[in-house]
Design a protein around this ligand. Sequence first.
Ligand SMILES: [Zn+2]
Length: 96
Amino acid sequence: MPRTLTIRFTGFRECPNCGGRGDDGTSWRPLECKRCKGRGQLVTSVEIEDSERGMLPASAYDFNALGEVFLLDFDEDDEIEVIRPESAWDQRGPSS
Ligand SMILES: [Zn+2]
């Protein structure tokens, strides 16, 4: 079994820049919101489960509002499969 890290988004908030619309609201050619990249939501909390160590402490990783997660205390040599929540935005769309 390869070691895996499973990332989950556990909290979101409405993007304050676009009010959750994902764009600037103009009727003619609306521009994608720069802050949330058109999603209408920002990630506020993340959890990561390590197949060897269990839930990682918050000090082991960093993340930003766009859902990009950065692992802080892992060697690049380690063979770790990182499972990112690609579909999380679809499952918890802006309308939820
Ligand atoms: Zn936005």
